[in-house]
Design a protein. Structure first.
Length: 174
């Protein structure tokens, strides 16, 4: 409900990338939603690995990896709530006000393997680096096959995500 005020004059579905930084228990992580306007095509084609058009995707990038203190289910639910609320405001002209295109089935929260922090204080810098990388990734088409392999080639094996703690230290100084 707090976001409604910020989104009042914006149609988030005109954007190719939405970034949601999260902070809880003194830790930062990032959720990125790619191609939110393509949710209808994605839900119709879910499961078809051969589908070659771009699709919608939600990813959680956390420098603590699987040992994170952030609950992916809660974060995914919160983001889907925002997306469904905005979808209804902009596009739902039907009488069915319960129609919600963003569900856990067609927009699961994926957690690709990413570089992890090796200290207890650089999570914010990792979020900045992940956000920068996501902005670079929008130049690359996101396909259904990428979702099926948990973004292994799209994120985990991409050279953008091949950085180290030394790079983070340099960024902090910059």
């Amino acid at each position: 409900s707090n976001m409604k005020r910020w989104l009042k004059k914006v149609n988030i579905f005109d954007k190719k990338l939405l970034l949601f930084p999260f902070n809880a228990v003194s830790h930062w992580s990032l959720v990125a939603v790619f191609n939110p306007s393509m949710i209808k095509q994605t839900s119709k084609r879910w499961g078809e690995a051969r589908y070659t058009n771009e699709v919608c995707c939600m990813i959680h990038l956390d420098s603590l990896g699987s040992s994170t203190i952030h609950d992916g289910k809660d974060i995914g639910w919160a983001i889907r709530n925002v997306l469904n609320s905005e979808w209804q405001r902009h596009y739902n002209t039907t009488l069915d006000r319960t129609s919600r295109p963003f569900t856990h089935r067609c927009l699961p929260l994926l957690t690709p393997k990413v570089v992890r922090q090796d200290n207890g204080f650089d999570c914010g810098m990792f979020v900045c680096r992940y956000a920068f990388n996501c902005i670079q990734l929008i130049k690359k088409p996101l396909k259904m096959i990428d979702l099926h392999n948990n973004l292994k080639h799209y994120v985990s094996d991409d050279p953008l995500f091949d950085f180290s703690g030394k790079d983070i230290t340099r960024m902090r100084v910059e």
